[in-house]
Write a protein that binds this ligand. Structure first.
Ligand code: IMP
Length: 204
């Protein structure tokens, strides 16, 4: 099987690694947009994950005149009416880090009882043609619960607090293999890959 290269419009190192691992078995090698320093940063001002994924894909595709994947994801907490949602990466404001975001999340949820701590990760993925046309748009979700204490050191972002009740483990405790089966990103890419395979004949 010959390997195809495809650009990913993301600057999040851990997310890039996950997407690369999800696409490698399908024969696609991911090149992050960070390898093209002249491409301007995309302003994520869409009001849905899907709109932001499409924006990341189309703006980078047009800038590079190449096929580009855009991915936007986040955590939607039931008791917080879906927050942090599309603001997951910058939940704690200017200079946000995973640690500060988690601190804010726990603080906002300090009064939420155990039975109301349900949440869902969402991942939207889009593929843009070099001219900026969205050719594939899919979304995957994964339900879990927000814990009160961090557990595990794998994954990234909110993973140490995101418990999969069936496994009694957080995403940060589960192996990469299991996260790549269950996660919102894995589910989105399982819908994306068959469509990407069909379209990839147009890449040459
Ligand atoms: P984006 O890069 O703008 O899509 O923001 C993604 C943000 O959502 C990350 O910075 C994390 O805070 C959160 N997030 C998305 N997917 C995951 C995941 O798989 N694990 C943990 N946090 C995630």
């Amino acid at each position: 099987m010959s390997e195809r290269t495809i650009v990913l419009g993301s600057r999040n190192v851990k997310k890039i690694r996950e997407v690369a691992e999800l696409l490698a078995p399908a024969g696609f090698r991911v090149v992050p947009v960070t390898e093209f320093p002249d491409v301007p940063e995309v302003i994520e001002d869409g009001d849905t994950f899907a709109a932001n994924a499409a924006k990341k894909a189309t703006e980078v595709a047009v800038a590079l005149n190449q096929w580009v994947i855009g991915e936007d994801s986040g955590l939607c907490v039931d008791a917080l009416k879906g927050a942090p949602g599309i603001y997951s990466a910058r939940y704690s404001g200017e200079g946000a880090t995973d640690e500060k975001n988690n601190e804010k999340l726990l603080c906002e949820m300090s009064d939420v009882p155990d039975e109301r701590r349900g949440a869902g990760y969402v991942c939207s993925v889009a593929l843009s043609s070099p001219s900026g046309e969205v050719r594939i748009a899919v979304e995957g979700t994964c339900r879990g619960r927000v814990t009160r204490e961090a557990r595990g050191d794998g994954g990234f972002g909110y993973d140490p607090y995101f418990l999969i009740p069936e496994f009694h483990r957080t995403f940060a405790e589960l192996s990469v293999l299991v996260k790549h089966t269950l996660s919102h990103r894995a589910r989105a890419f399982s819908l994306f890959v068959p469509q990407l395979r069909k379209i990839s004949a147009e890449f040459d």
